[in-house]
Design a protein around this ligand. Structure first.
Ligand code: CMP
Length: 139
């Protein structure tokens, strides 16, 4: 069952630009069932923990500064093959190369502020969902 789950965040700049409703509508239209959803905010420490897998990368500081700079929307999504389906749906990491009409192409401005995060594996989808939500909220 949990292979049908993925986790997403709408990033601070997309919210600041007023795209919360449009992005949530697009996710629903894409056939993803929202299992859990919240508007919240990461501290710098939480952003560093969430993105710890990237801690050796040159963009880690900028990314974690950015992700803790304002509110985010966190959500758990359900669909068959959710991780791959959602990654295909949102477009490539760099919005400049993302498929026309995808969330990142429409609402992302650069590789860091690429509108939304999407889990990269079933294992990380569970870890990331558990980072924000109690199991009873999404299982
Ligand atoms: P996300 O799906 O949130 O997962 C990790 C994030 O790191 C990714 O989206 C990008 O926003 C960011 N990222 C990946 N590669 C780079 C890069 N080369 N420069 C800046 N940010 C990056």
């Amino acid at each position: 069952m949990l292979e049908n789950i993925t986790f997403t965040m709408i990033k601070p700049k997309a919210l600041n630009n007023g795209y919360m409703g449009a992005i949530i509508s697009k996710i629903i239209e894409g056939g993803f069932n929202i299992k859990a959803l919240k508007l919240t905010r990461l501290t710098k420490k939480q952003a560093m923990e969430f993105y710890a897998v990237h801690k050796e990368r040159p963009f880690y500081k900028g990314l974690t500064d950015f992700m803790s700079s304002g509110p985010i929307v966190a959500a758990v999504l359900k669909k068959d093959n959710a991780v791959k389906a959602y990654r295909d749906f949102i477009g490539t990491t760099n919005p400049a190369q993302a498929t026309e009409g995808s969330i990142r192409a429409l609402y992302g401005t650069d590789i860091e502020a690429n509108a939304v995060h999407g889990s990269d594996s079933n294992e990380n989808a569970i870890i990331e969902s558990s980072f924000f939500f109690a199991k009873r909220e999404w299982v």
